[in-house]
Write a protein that binds this ligand. Structure first.
Ligand SMILES: Cc1cc2nc3c(=O)[nH]c(=O)nc-3n(C[C@H](O)[C@H](O)[C@H](O)COP(=O)(O)O)c2cc1C
Length: 202
C-alpha cells in the first residue's frame, strides 16, 4: 500500500516535498545525490552527481555546493536553465525537476553555509589548480602536507573564497510513478510558489 493516493495531486506534491527533505537529512536516501544537468558554453549538455544540501519547501529552492572555479559555474552564469534527476527504485519514483540556478559566492548565504561545513568537506575547496584543470600526473590537487588528513580550521579558511552555493529555483516537476497497478505521471508547474497540476500519459 502506498502512503499517498496516486490520483491525488496535493498528496503527490506533499510526498515529493517530503522525499526531497529526506534527501537532505538522510545521507543514505537516494535523493541525497541527484544528477544535475546544465548547458555548457559549447551548447551541449553536462550532467553530474551532486550532493543535495538544502531544500526550502516554502520558496521551492534546491541547493548544492561547488567550487567557484568549476566550469559549471561559468556555464550557469551564461545559461541559468538547469535540471535535477532523482530516482528511487524502492519508491518506484522518478523526479525530473527543472530549475533556474543562482550563484552565491562570498555573500551572506555562503557565509552561513560555510560555518556549518565540516573540515573534511572544506578540504575540497583547497586545490591549488581549478577543478577540471588538466594535470600531467594523477593527483587530487591538494597540497601534500594535507595528504590523508583534514585541514585545521585556520588552513580550511583559505577555501572560503572558492566555496559556492548554487541555489536552484524550482520551475517545474515531472513526477513519474511506475506501478504494476498502472503508471502515473504528473507535471507540477510552480508559479509564484503555487503549484499547478497537469496529468500526463507516462
Ligand atoms: C557522490 C558524489 C557527490 C558529488 N557531489 C558534488 C557536489 O555536491 N558538488 C560538485 O560540484 N561536485 C560533486 N561531485 C562531483 C561531480 O559529480 C563532478 O565530477 C564535478 O563537479 C566536476 O563536474 P563539472 O566538470 O561538470 O564541473 C560529486 C560526485 C559524486 C560521485
Amino acid at each position: 500500500m502506498s502512503i499517498f493516493s496516486k490520483e491525488n495531486t496535493n498528496e503527490i506534491f506533499e510526498y515529493i516535498k517530503k522525499n526531497l527533505a529526506k534527501g537532505i537529512k538522510d545521507r543514505k536516501h537516494t535523493f541525497h545525490t541527484p544528477v544535475f544537468s546544465n548547458i555548457n558554453d559549447e551548447n551541449s549538455v553536462e550532467s553530474r552527481v551532486v550532493v543535495l544540501r538544502q531544500f526550502d519547501s516554502h520558496n521551492m529552492i534546491l541547493n548544492f555546493h561547488t567550487d567557484i572555479r568549476s566550469p559549471k559555474v561559468n556555464d550557469l552564469k551564461k545559461n541559468s536553465h538547469s535540471l535535477f534527476v532523482f530516482y528511487d527504485h524502492k519508491l518506484k519514483l522518478q523526479l525530473r525537476i527543472k530549475t533556474v540556478s543562482i550563484i552565491n559566492n562570498q555573500n551572506k548565504i555562503t557565509k552561513e553555509m560555510w560555518e556549518e561545513t565540516k573540515l573534511s568537506s572544506r578540504k575540497c575547496y583547497l586545490t591549488a589548480k581549478a577543478p577540471s584543470s588538466v594535470t600531467s600526473l594523477p593527483e587530487d590537487g591538494i597540497d601534500k602536507s594535507l595528504e590523508g588528513k583534514d585541514p585545521t580550521l585556520m588552513e580550511s579558511e583559505k577555501g572560503y573564497k572558492n566555496f559556492t552555493v548554487i541555489e536552484n529555483q524550482i520551475q517545474q516537476i515531472d513526477w513519474l510513478y511506475l506501478a504494476s497497478s498502472g503508471h502515473r505521471r504528473l507535471k507540477v508547474i510552480i508559479k509564484e510558489k503555487i503549484p499547478y497540476f497537469e496529468w500526463m500519459i507516462p
